[in-house]
Ligand binder design. Sequence first.
Ligand code: 5AD
Ligand code: FES
Length: 348
Amino acid sequence: MNKIKQIVAVIRDRQDITKEELQLVLQTKDTDGIQYLYDMAKETAQTVYGNQVFIRGLIEFTNYCRNDCYYCGIRKSNTQAQRYRLTGEQILSCCKTGYELGFRTFVLQGGEDGFFTDEKLCSLISEIKKNYPDCAVTLSIGEREKESYQRFFDVGADRYLLRHETAQECHYKSLHPSAMSFEHRRQCLYNLKEIGYQVGCGFMVGSPGQTVETLYEDLRFIKELAPHMVGIGPFIPQKDTPFAGKAAGTMEQTLKLLSIIRLIHPHVLLPATTALGTIHPKGREKGILAGANVVMPNLSPVNVREKYKLYDNKICTGDEAAECRFCMQRRMESIGYQVVTDRGDYRP
Ligand code: 5AD
Ligand code: FES
C-alpha cells in the first residue's frame, strides 16, 4: 500500500491525526492516495448515516452586522452592501414554504443585528416551534451573552452554529479587528454546549495567513469542544472587503479537510457548504462523496438573496426555494444519495 493510503488508514483507526500526518495529507498530490482518503471518509459517513443526506432550510433574515471581520461581505464598514431585515411575517412565511417542501430544520442566520433583541427572537422562535413542533430550529446569529442563549434555548431553539473561524489566536487577530475577542468567541461555544444545544463550530479553508499549523490547531480545538456539527468551506474573497485581492481557498484542500474531519469524528454532522458549491459546479456533490452528510439550500425570499453576499459569485441567488430544493434532490440522487424529510439530528 502506498504511503498516503497507510497514513489514511492509521488516521481512521486512531480517529485522530498528528501534525506530521496532516502536513503530508494536505501537501500530497498522490491522486490514488487522495481518492482513498475521500472513499474512507465516505464509507465512514455511510456507516453512521447511510446514503441519506440531511437538508436544512437556510433563512438569511438580516444582513445588518455590528462586526467588521476583514473577510466578510456584510461587515459593517461595507457601505456597498444593501442592508435588509425580514419581518417576522416574512420569516414565518419562509418556514411555511420550507415545511411544505419537506424541510424539518430551519436555520435562522444573520449578522449580529441589535434590532433583533432577545425578546423579538424569543417570540419568533416560540412562534416557529408552535407552528412546527416537529421541526428543529437552528440559530446562527453570532456572539451573545450566555443568558440570551439560555432564553432562546428555553423557548425551543435546538441547535446553534457559531464558527470559531480559527483556533490560533494570532491568526484570529489577523482576520478580525481588535474589538473582536478570540476568547469570547470560544467561551460562547462552551456556553452553548453547556446549555444543551447541539453545537456547530467551523472555519474557512484557505483564509489569508492560514497554515498547516493553524489547521492543526483547528482540529485540536474541534477535538476539545467535541461539537455535533462542523461547518467548513473555502474562503472566497468579496470585492468590497479588505481581503478583496486575496486568493480563494481551493476545492481540493476543502475536500481533504472534510474527509479528515469525518475520519476523526465519525458521527459529526458535516455540511457540503454553499461556498464549496460556489468554487466548483459540482462542489457540493464532491463534498458528500468526501464524507459530508448535510446540505443547506436557501429558503430566503429571492428579492433579498443578492444582498446576503458574504463572498463574491455566491450561487443560487436567483432561485426560488422550491427550485433549490429540487435541484439539490436531483444533485444528490445523481451520486446515489437520498435527501430525507427528517430533523436530521446528531446520531451518537
Ligand atoms: N468566504 C467564505 N466564507 C465566508 N464567511 C464569511 N465571509 C466569507 C468569505 N468571504 C463564513 C464565515 C462565517 C460564515 C457565516 O460564513 O466563516 O462564520
Ligand atoms: Fe458579521 Fe463577518 S462582519 S460575520
